[in-house]
Design a protein around this ligand. Structure first.
Ligand SMILES: [Zn+2]
Ligand SMILES: [Zn+2]
Length: 407
């Protein structure tokens, strides 16, 4: 094949893939519109009415009606918009535009599938309605492709989030890939700078917050006269929190210690005990509370491992203990029953780090925003090296652990 035809077919393929991506985005935006514009909402309601929480249809008739009122018009809009793209492509590159036909064909496939389901044919339901099939969840909500646990949340967690059908792109851009509304979120290290900032930010996003602190003072957030619910605990008493953690949807492990230049045996012991082992025990205690499908999709663990995982923090024992924690999280993620996020943070100003350069409030706001975009390794730092090194390290260590260990 000559280089000219490689370029030609490459350009056709690019239009084809672009057209598929386009119709997927159209589908998800149409879905968002159905939740904000009542006339469309009336059609879309059939889709929400039909499923029970175990994803069995409440009636075969309503299931068929839902196909004709919701899925068929949705596929028609996808086809129409694929033709619009085709038309635009024709203006830009007339001889390549037919590649966009792939998008129209793809959308037509969804129309035929919806019609087959509307006819009440069981095989069509089983083969083409994959995100609505009943049965236990064996995976956690996935990151890039919509799986059953991901879509379940749109029906039964928050109908104003998790709009995507195949790719999670639109939810990621809109910040609707994780809803915090009504979720109970507990934060350790709650009396620290970041702990407080996180609690305020999470509360602002509609979460019910619970402060876990070693201090004996209740925690007040700015502009409030009443303290937030606070539970006192100490390092070493992690398992005693099990009952509380059963009611917690998201646990943020954020407590830590920095012994700076101290290198005594006590400093070594303290660093590992607080930063690595206490965090790990709390992690295990929380993971034990993940019980059943609902917990598997709603519960999450966020662990502040810090950018000391891959970069100097100018405190060797802090780095050593945080790297241990980071690696334990990577290991535990291989079999986790729920989503685990890492918070990889650069130096922010706090009592642990008075020379930090970022503000705790801004770091907390970014953490929450990125979690809502479903980022699993949330990097907030001014050090550009972390953005390069952390993903590489996470991938390599994860593959290494996967290859050499067993569940
Ligand atoms: Zn659905
Ligand atoms: Zn919906």
């Amino acid at each position: 094949m000559t280089s000219i035809s490689w370029i030609y077919w490459g350009a056709i393929a690019a239009w084809g893939l672009g057209a598929i991506l386009w119709v997927e985005v159209v589908r998800d935006l149409y879905h968002v519109l159905a939740h904000v514009w009542a006339p469309l909402g009336r059609l879309h309601n059939w889709h929400h009415r039909v499923f029970r929480p175990d994803l069995t249809p409440s009636s075969a008739l309503i299931y068929r009606q839902a196909q004709w009122y919701n899925d068929v018009p949705e596929a028609c809009v996808m086809i129409a918009m694929s033709l619009v793209l085709w038309g635009l492509a024709h203006i830009v590159t007339p001889e390549l535009a037919w590649g966009c036909g792939v998008g129209s064909l793809y959308a037509t496939g969804f129309l035929l599938a919806a019609m087959a389901r509307g006819m009440g044919w069981t095989w069509a339901h089983e083969m083409t309605d994959i995100t609505h099939l009943p049965g236990p969840f064996v995976q956690t909500p996935s990151r890039w492709w919509v799986n059953r646990p991901y879509h379940w949340r749109h029906h039964f967690d928050n109908q104003n989030a998790y709009f995507c059908s195949t790719l999670t792109l639109v939810d990621q851009v809109m910040g609707t890939a994780l809803s915090l509304k009504g979720k109970t979120v507990a934060v350790t290290g709650a009396s620290g700078t970041l702990g407080r900032a996180l609690l305020r930010e999470l509360q602002g996003q509609g979460a019910k917050v619970l402060a876990l602190t070693s201090g004996d003072q209740p925690i007040y957030l700015e502009n409030s006269e009443t303290p937030i619910p606070t539970r006192q605990w100490q390092v070493g008493q992690e398992t005693a929190l099990e009952q509380e953690l059963r009611k917690v949807d998201i646990l943020v492990i954020n407590h830590g210690v920095n012994v700076h230049g101290d290198r005594t045996p006590e400093a070594i012991d303290c660093s590992y005990e607080v930063n690595a082992f206490s965090a790990w025990r709390l992690m295990e205690t929380f993971l034990k509370t993940v019980d059943g499908d609902r917990d598997r999709v709603r519960k999450e663990l966020w662990v502040n491992t810090s950018e000391a995982e891959v970069n100097p923090a100018f405190s060797p024992l802090y780095e050593l203990s945080k790297r241990t924690l980071g690696d334990l999280v990577t290991l535990r993620r291989l079999d986790s029953p729920c989503i685990i996020r890492k918070l990889i943070l650069g130096p922010f100003k706090s009592s642990l780090n008075p020379v930090g350069v970022m503000s705790g409030d801004r770091v907390a706001a970014k953490i929450v925003k990125r979690a809502q975009r479903d980022v699993r390794n949330i990097i907030v730092t001014i050090n550009p090296l972390t953005w390069v090194l952390h993903p590489l390290k996470e991938l390599m260590v994860s593959l290494y652990f996967r290859g050499l260990t067993r569940p």
